[in-house]
Design a protein around this ligand. Structure first.
Ligand SMILES: Cc1cc2nc3c(=O)[nH]c(=O)nc-3n(C[C@H](O)[C@H](O)[C@H](O)COP(=O)(O)O)c2cc1C
Length: 197
C-alpha cells in the first residue's frame, strides 16, 4: 500500500523551534482576545488521551477574578506564614495580576482498569504544552507555572478540585514586554542514543 501524504503545516516547525516562555513578570496587556483564548483552549484540548477519558479541565481567570483569587492566595499564605512581612503578602496577592489571563489546568486522573494514572497525568501535561505552543503561534507571551499554590490543599478547594485531582499548571497568557533571549538547552547528542541492542 502506498503512503498517504498528510497536509504539511507550513511555519509550524518554526513556531516549535523558536518557542520560548516569557516570564509572567515580563507580561502586560493585551491578553488573548476571546476568540484567541478559545483557540488556545481548543489547542490544549487536542492532545493524545489514552482511552478518550479527557482527564483534565480548565479554570480561567481574567479581569477582577485574578485579584480576587490573589486575595485568597495572600490570605492562605498569611495563615501558613504568620510572620511574613507585608511586602511578601502583597506579592502573593498580585500573583495572577502579572498577566491579563491565567488558566489553571487541572489533571483529573482517576483509577481505570486499563489506562494508568501516569498516562492520564501525562495527557494533562501535554494540554499545558499545547497551550504554550498555540500562544506562541498567535504571537502571545505564555508561561507554565506551578509555584506553591499549585500544591496547596486550601487552594485546591478554591479551584473546586476533587480528591485525586492535581494542578498540572497555571498557564499565564499575555503580551511580552520584551522578546525573551535564547536559553541554554542540553545538546541533543547528550540526550539521544540509538539503541543497538
Ligand atoms: C510543570 C512545570 C512547572 C513549572 N513551574 C515553574 C515555577 O513555578 N516557577 C518558574 O520559575 N518556572 C517554572 N517552570 C518553568 C517555566 O515554565 C519555563 O520552562 C522556563 O521559564 C523556561 O522555559 P522555556 O524553554 O519555555 O523558555 C515550570 C515548568 C513546568 C514544565
Amino acid at each position: 500500500m502506498s503512503a498517504t501524504p498528510l497536509p504539511a503545516l507550513p511555519g509550524f516547525l518554526d513556531v516549535l523551534l523558536a518557542r520560548r516562555s516569557v516570564t509572567a513578570k515580563d507580561m502586560q496587556g493585551p491578553g488573548p482576545s476571546k476568540a484567541e483564548l478559545e483557540q488556545i483552549l481548543e489547542a490544549g484540548w487536542r492532545v493524545p488521551d489514552h482511552g478518550k477519558l479527557g482527564p483534565w479541565r480548565f479554570v480561567v481567570f481574567e479581569g477582577e477574578a485574578r485579584a480576587a483569587f490573589g486575595e485568597e492566595l495572600a490570605r492562605i499564605f498569611k495563615e501558613q506564614e504568620p510572620k511574613a512581612d507585608k511586602k511578601r503578602v502583597a506579592l502573593e496577592a498580585e500573583r495572577l495580576t502579572r498577566a491579563p489571563v491565567v488558566v489553571a489546568v487541572i489533571s483529573t486522573a482517576e483509577d481505570h482498569p486499563k489506562i494508568p494514572k501516569w498516562e492520564q497525568r501525562l495527557s494533562a501535561g501535554a494540554v499545558c504544552q499545547n497551550m504554550l505552543v498555540a500562544a506562541s503561534a498567535l504571537g502571545l507571551a505564555a508561561q507554565w507555572l506551578t509555584e506553591w499554590y499549585a500544591f496547596d490543599k486550601k487552594v485546591h478547594k478554591l479551584l473546586g478540585m476533587r480528591k485525586g485531582d492535581r494542578v498540572a499548571g497555571f498557564i499565564y497568557l499575555g503580551s511580552a514586554t520584551a522578546k525573551p533571549d535564547e536559553r541554554v538547552r542540553p545538546p541533543l547528542e547528550e540526550r539521544v542514543t540509538y539503541w543497538k541492542g
